[in-house]
Write a protein that binds this ligand. Sequence first.
Ligand SMILES: NC(=O)c1ccc[n+]([C@@H]2O[C@H](COP(=O)([O-])OP(=O)(O)OC[C@H]3O[C@@H](n4cnc5c(N)ncnc54)[C@H](OP(=O)(O)O)[C@@H]3O)[C@@H](O)[C@H]2O)c1
Length: 339
Amino acid sequence: MAEQATPTTGREWHLAARPQGWPTPADFALVEAPVQQPGPGQILVRNAFLSVDPYMRGRMNDVKSYVPPFKLGEAMDGGAVGYVVASGAEGFEVGDAVLHGLGWREYATLDAARAVKVDAQLAPLSYYLGVLGMPGLTAYAGLLEVASFREGDTVFVSGAAGAVGSLVGQIARLKGAKRVIGSAGSAEKVAHLVDGYGFDAAFNYKDGPVLEQLAAAAPDGIDVYFDNVGGEHLEAAISVLTPHGRATLCGAIAQYNDEGAPVGPRNLALVIGKRLRLQGMLVGDHAALQPQFVAELAGWLKDGSLSYDETVVEGVENTADAFIGMLRGANTGKMVVKL
Ligand SMILES: NC(=O)c1ccc[n+]([C@@H]2O[C@H](COP(=O)([O-])OP(=O)(O)OC[C@H]3O[C@@H](n4cnc5c(N)ncnc54)[C@H](OP(=O)(O)O)[C@@H]3O)[C@@H](O)[C@H]2O)c1
């Protein structure tokens, strides 16, 4: 067992109240808590970057879902990368960089079996929370496997300036899409989709009806829709998809903070005549693609054909604000918190 001076307390975020509609800072509490020393088979990690992700909003509701809800008054969790500062586990040394699931806190004590060693020389550590991590695999598997993307497809992706969306559009371009179209929530993001990520067309969904803007950007229709947003976007895509078109239903962020009944799509009957395939996805089902996905994306990052952005918020004390900001569109690319 290797050890160095380790802290006795650290700060962690608790869910103080279940948000009603949009979360507010009052729903979260930053708490000083004892740091548990690692037992046999365990490691103590000093987190270097925390991930804030849209799915965490669902975990703040007390409902049964594919991940259990956060408990009130207890530390929240989520993706994090950091350095081992004490180890009781064979194969893990002080200084090793690891990816694990005990984010929203400065220090994490966990079974080493629940951590994955990552190479801080291959890529900046935070990339394992984004392009080389869960959002990257979501984009890769959701486009290539779930939507059965084929060379020559015209692809539309919503949430296109975010972590998943920015990668979906670029993977489609690199794999030979005929045309890539994206939507995002500001003029700056829309310009970046075209100038920074090489999309063929992009629009701001806040400028007018999505259907009108999408139809103008895709005069010949779309073959694939990658849905990060749901609602009006999904309805518009169903209208514009070509016969035998395919959609990956990845997220529905437009309704995560809704208190009323969700909007649409009201045109589902079109799915029949057009023989569309709308397929939901969960990234966890696609773990087998991990080695192939990392090799391909790391190669594109290295040769410069893939652009990757992060919005970095500094300080554990700003994690809740970073999370709320991400839901409101404050990020371009992946939102991470640097400790
Ligand atoms: N199924 C899975 O396994 C899986 C895995 C990972 C992620 N996801 C889903 O994928 C989606 C993207 O996740 P991410 O991590 O890449 O987040 P992200 O796109 O980096 O961040 C969220 C973005 O959503 C946009 N947004 C917020 N409210 C919106 C609205 N009403 N209409 C349209 N856009 C809105 C904002 O950008 P704007 O400024 O453009 O509005 C914001 O930046 C989410 O729906 C998430 O739940 C699913």
